[in-house]
Design a protein around this ligand. Structure first.
Ligand SMILES: O=C(O)C(=O)C[C@H](O)[C@H](O)COP(=O)(O)O
Length: 214
């Protein structure tokens, strides 16, 4: 299903599209398009390409241009400059590993939906003060996992989460069953060796299994 380019995307819509947002690390531009196609083929189209590698922006650009069925977003957005560069490359949403009002403001000014990363109550409150109620819990497993999400559901009952960090095919279901979890994020759909070897069939299979998690 192609996404209408004029449709206003929100962080919640990014989270609701599939049970898993793949966290993607790419070293070579040539990997971007076949990888995105493999994920789309498996039923996953919201793609978080982390700005951790020199090739990341070019990868986002390639996906945005050549894989219209996918929605390329930028991960590891840590500054206003990151947000601007991501949007210039064609990113339709941004994901950050933490939250600062400066990153929030930058994304608002750009009209770029942001999924802000939080790991504490104070960070949730900071993000909420700026209007964010759909948040990434990072690093989820390391910072308390399902028990933490259950504890947050009391005081932060109006917040929805995408736990990311340490999530795997084995523990995703438990997280997805929580009422305040909309989706999870993780790198397990795109194993480094499969990407390196161009084993796109394996990635499609992992995506298919992830898409069926809920
Ligand atoms: O780069 C970012 O912006 C991040 O937030 C980090 C990623 O979300 C985690 O690296 C996912 O980690 P794993 O699924 O545990 O491999």
């Amino acid at each position: 299903m192609a996404m209408n380019a004029n449709e206003k995307l929100t962080a919640l819509a990014v989270m609701q599209d599939a049970p898993v947002i793949p966290v993607i690390v790419l070293d070579e531009v040539a990997q971007a398009v076949p990888l995105a196609r493999a994920l789309v083929e498996g039923g996953i189209r919201m793609l978080e390409v982390t700005l951790r590698t020199p090739a990341a922006l070019a990868c986002i650009e390639a996906i945005a241009r050549h894989v219209p069925e996918a929605v390329a977003g930028a991960g590891t957005v840590r500054s206003q400059a990151d947000a601007q560069a991501a949007q210039r490359a064609g990113a339709r949403f941004a994901v950050s590993p933490g939250y600062t009002p400066a990153v929030g403001r930058a994304c608002r000014e750009l009209g770029l939906p942001l999924l802000p990363g939080v790991a504490t109550g104070s960070e949730i409150m900071l993000a909420q003060e700026d209007g964010h109620t759909d948040l990434k819990f990072f690093p989820a497993l390391q910072a308390g996992g399902a028990a933490m999400l259950k504890a947050w559901s009391g005081p932060f009952g109006d917040v929805r989460f995408c736990p990311t960090g340490g999530v795997t095919a084995a523990n995703a279901r438990e997280l997805l069953a929580l009422p305040n979890v909309v989706c999870v994020g993780g790198s397990w759909l795109t194993p480094a060796d499969a990407v390196r070897q161009g084993d796109w069939a394996r990635i499609t299979q992992l995506a298919r299994e992830a898409a069926a998690l809920r």
